[in-house]
Structures are given as C-alpha cells and as structure tokens.
Design a protein around this ligand. Sequence first.
Ligand code: NAD
Ligand code: DAU
Length: 354
Amino acid sequence: MEDTILVTGGAGFIGSNFILQQMERSSPHLINLDKLTYAGNLRNLETIARNPRYEFVHGDIGDRLLARSLLQRRQPRAIVHFAAESHVDRSIRGPDDFLRTNVDGTFALLEEARAYWTELAGQDKSTFRFLHVSTDEVYGSLASNDAPFSETTPYAPNSPYAASKAGSDHFVRAYHHTYGFPTLTTNCSNNYGRFQFPEKLIPLMILNARAGKPLPVYGDGQNVRDWLYVEDHCGAIATVLERGKPGETYNIGGWNEQRNLDIVEMICDMVDEMAGCGEAPRRRLITFVKDRPGHDRRYAMNATKIERELGWRPKETFATGLRKTVRWYLENEEWVSGVTSGSYREWIETHYAS
Ligand code: NAD
Ligand code: DAU
C-alpha cells in the first residue's frame, strides 16, 4: 500500500493550505474528504487536482459507511481532521450544524477510525495517528492581565462554536484514555492568510476596504486575538503529526496579540498604499457596530510546549504575513468573485443588516 494520509475538510481555508504545503514538502498520498459546504472551495486546490498523489472524495464525515470504505480502500497511516463548521457568528445564528458536524461528525469519524485501527497490526498499528485540529476558543476568555492559555487551562467555551469544538476535543481525549487510540490534539489561535472565506475579520476588512464599503468593527474594537499565519499553523500540524506524543495536546500560537481596531487600521493603510486612495484614506470607513453576543475579550496562547518538546516556532511576522495576505486578496480577483456571490451576499446582508 502507498503511504497515505486522510485529510478531512481539506477544501477549507486551513485544510487546503495544509494539503498544498504537504504536496510540496513531503511524499505521502493525500486524500481529501470534504462535504463542500459554503466554506469548501476546490479552486484552492486546482493546481494539484490532477496530481496522482492527490484524491478528492466528496462526502460528509458523519457518513460512516463512506468513511469505513475509504479507510479500507486507502489504508491511511494517519487522519488529519480539519472538517468543521468554523464561524462563531454563524454558530450564534444557527448552532445546529455545529453540533452535527463538530460533535456528531467527529464522533462518527472517531468510531470508524478506531475500528480501522483496531484491525491494524505491528508497525502499522503502532505508528497510526489521529490528529484533531482544534482551537484556543475552548479555553474561554482572558482578562487583560491574565496569563496566556496553556495546555492545562480549564475548558470554558463561551460560544456554540467553541462548545462544539470543546465537545469534540473531549471525545478525542476520551478515546485515547479509554481505548488507547493514538490521538493528537492541536489547539491553535486565529489564523490568517490566502483562501480564508471573507466572513472572517481579516479578509472581510480587506475586501470591504478595497470596495470602499463600511468596515464593521464589533463593540469598541478592543478585543484581542493572537494571530498566526496559516502556513505556520500548517507547519506546526505537520510537526505534531511527525513527532507529537499520542494522547497529548499542543497549543499553537503566534506570540502575536493584536487588538481588532489596530488590525483594521493596518489593513486600511495597506490597501491605501497598494490600491491608492486619492484624498480619502480608508480609515474613514471604520464603523463601530453592535457587539457580538458573548464576545470573548481576549485570547492569547502560550506555545512553549510545542517549541520546547517538538522544536516548532512560527516563521512569519505579523507585518510581513498581513502584507502578503492583503496583496493576495487584491491580486486574486477571480477567487474573490467566486466566493462572494450568492450565499455569501445573503450572509452579509442578513448578518450586517442592522
Ligand atoms: P473552514 O470553515 O474554512 O473550512 C471547513 C471545511 O470543512 C470546508 O471545506 C467544509 O466544506 C468542510 N466541512 C464542513 N462540514 C463538513 C462535514 N460534515 N464533512 C466533511 N467536510 C465538512 O475552516 P478553517 O478555518 O479552515 O478551520 C479548519 C479547522 O481548524 C476547524 O476544525 C477549525 O475549528 C480549526 N481552527 C480554525 C482556526 C481559524 O482561525 N480559522 C483557528 C484554530 C482552529
Ligand atoms: O481563535 C481561533 C478561532 O478564530 C477559530 O477557532 C475560528 O474558527 C475562527 O473563525 C476565529 O474565530 P474569531 O471569532 O476570533 O474570528 P473572526 O474573524 O470571526 O473575528 C475576529 C475578531 O474580529 C473577533 O473579536 C470578532 C471581530 N470582528 C469580526 C467580524 C467578522 C469584527 O469586529 N467585525 C466583523 O465583521
């Protein structure tokens, strides 16, 4: 059998960056199991679509028969599980899909993966890994003087999205503890970079700024997130997959806390510089809007464990990563128009209506 890794949610923002990076840097065959929700986009992967080392399978992680037959047919040595509903605001408007995919879907995948692993023998069994990609949001919110989240910070999820990710993390933990199933969990902070669906802060602000539309900052704009360039996150996942210890969790972050308003101002200035602004700098478009219900005030990650134990550190600085990202969105008109039609417009119109 070929050396194969099964990736779920590989048509989304981080999953597609991970697949492209892996295709360049390493040699396994990659299977991408993705339902292609509004957030899944095969355009992200068109450069490798016909590569014999890559296979796309259209399906739901909750479809147990599909997962079973895929595992039997391709015999992967690892599963990297990205598939999820990922947007906090959507989870507040309609939590059902979050429970279905993030909790039930992860549970279904765990069950099928455990059955598959149970039948493996020798080295295939001892080297198999299930890597679950999770988030810092499971830890809740920090006050300005609190220490950053560590792997031992108690879970305190505040949004339906965070609660669904916490639920899936607990199942993953229990499968290791109860069955000895070889899991790895990564909890990462906010990502940014190419291919992020423009419902999220950074791409939304870049595209609105380019179009001269209002830039909707929630509340007072002083909420803090810890931003990591997506390619650094993908590198960290590859490191954990290679060298992480089964049953362990690893926090991943950029040591890069930023206030939302500061980011929006940086984006305005970069778009002004790259696209020109005449007499009207884009900062004038900043508009304070009603806050997100239950809006977490601050996230910050202590990523010492992955640094110390596995030797991973982020490579990109925020200034260079943000500049690359702004340029990418300005230069990739076709990708942008592909994702900003139909259901996207509907979301923006409904969510920002008031
Ligand atoms: P995304 O929303 O861009 O992509 C999610 C992908 O999963 C899409 O391709 C979608 O089609 C697919 N998917 C959704 N439901 C599915 C199902 N039932 N079966 C199969 N595929 C399904 O998400 P993202 O931002 O790339 O996040 C990926 C993972 O990383 C998620 O688990 C998320 O919780 C986690 N994470 C994200 C961030 C971030 O800043 N974006 C940070 C930390 C952790
Ligand atoms: O921390 C990791 C998490 O980061 C991931 O688990 C999630 O999948 C990902 O979506 C992201 O969640 P956030 O809620 O932090 O990201 P978002 O881009 O939606 O918002 C970032 C900050 O910007 C947050 O404080 C809310 C604010 N914001 C967001 C939007 C969309 C605004 O002020 N205005 C907006 O229009």
